[in-house]
Write a new protein. Sequence first.
Length: 482
Amino acid sequence: MNIFYLSAECYPAAKVGGLADVVGSLPKYLCRQGVKTSVVIPKYRTDWIQDQPFETVFSGEAPLGRDSFSFEVQKKQDDDLGFPFYVIDIPDRFDRPGIYGDLQSGAAYEDDAERFFSFQIAVLEWIRSLAEKPDIFHCHDHHTALIPFMMTQCHRFKSLQKLPTIVTVHNAEYQGRYSHDKQKFLPDFNETKAGLLDWQGRLNCLATGLKCCWKISTVSPSYMKELRQQSNGLERLFVHEKQKSRGILNGIDESIWNPETDAYLSHHYSVQTLEEGKHANKKELCNKFSFDAGRPVISFIGRFVEQKGADLLPDLFSMLIDKGTDANFIILGTGNPELHKRFRRMSAEYIGFFDASLNYNEKLAHQIYAGSDFMIMPSRFEPCGLNQLYAMRYGTIPIVRAVGGLKDTVVDIAKPNGSGFTFRDFTLEAAGQAVERGLELYQYKTKFYALCQKIMKLDYSWNASAQKYIEMYQQINSKTHG
Ligand code: GLC
């Protein structure tokens, strides 16, 4: 089988969130199992992309409304990512350091529609020229969700009409909604099908993808169910498309996320050496923040957006510290400027107990996973969540709100097979109680380390989930060849 992954992000080339981690790791596992999976993203001006040798494999020109644009398809020369990797070079639109917006100001780029429409058009333009077509187009999130529509409705791409498509929803909050006048950027299509582009009066890329694709998947079974109840306006559509939908849990890339080999750590450890290993990493981490390493460390890593519930943390951590809780609190992330201010103020106020690193820092993230005792995730919703999986792999106990993928991967300690602490309500009280239950366990070192070891042994690698994707591909393939 020959699968094409189309995405806006792929680690390590371009990362904003978990989408990049998934697109940068699942294809590796699929390729290893004999399913050739190529990844295609836009050619941004990121440091990583600039450092790689690429060769041009196709140059073309395609329409964007009344205008046209030139583009090149470039393939990464060495295959060291573990899968064939392509970038589409459209300099006017993507030769910028940010993925979705300006890195300095955080403002979203204003030509979002033109950028991702032209990316998708270029992809199809290239693929229609290939003698050997892919067996499946696998689109990730709204930036590539117009592909199933264009393949089935645009006259220009008629030769791709019968090829199967999948849309995977990593986050239904973001849908790519535009006014209908952006339709003018699409190549000519069957006008009687214009309704496919519409959802609640706007051009909605994700909705269009869900309607037109062969199969829908999302990144955990619970999130699949939740989408039918709450998905920022798409509920009815998810109910309607239930038959072609399924949830498959994400996995983690064990070649990157492994405390025995992690290139970012100065102290490696395994299940057997967990206690010493975590101790050494914790000491280093606490030194960095001038914390007392004798106290438990509770961390949060993530974007400060509604979804992640980071706005609960200032009050939660203040409440705990004011109460005299003997613990250290660390935040790593960026986002809402109000929260930046709040966290900065708290760093000064609770010096020695609280600190925040307000940036994107992959190395520090690894060090925090290794050096913390607990990882807190108070998400309002969470399609899958990867941080709790990374945490567990590093023997760090997750404290999570029981929603979406968090619910599917973290079992409360009160139950058999418990792997962490969960809470239901998005309130200070519920989150506070979960943290306090964690800190209580921390007092009983034998039990505490037994749990750390247990969660470190859980298998959240891609092995099991990659198999489920392969099943889905095979099912689709048997329909096209059967
Ligand atoms: C998005 C979701 C996150 C998920 C990731 C990868 O970032 O918010 O929950 O783990 O995509 O699928």
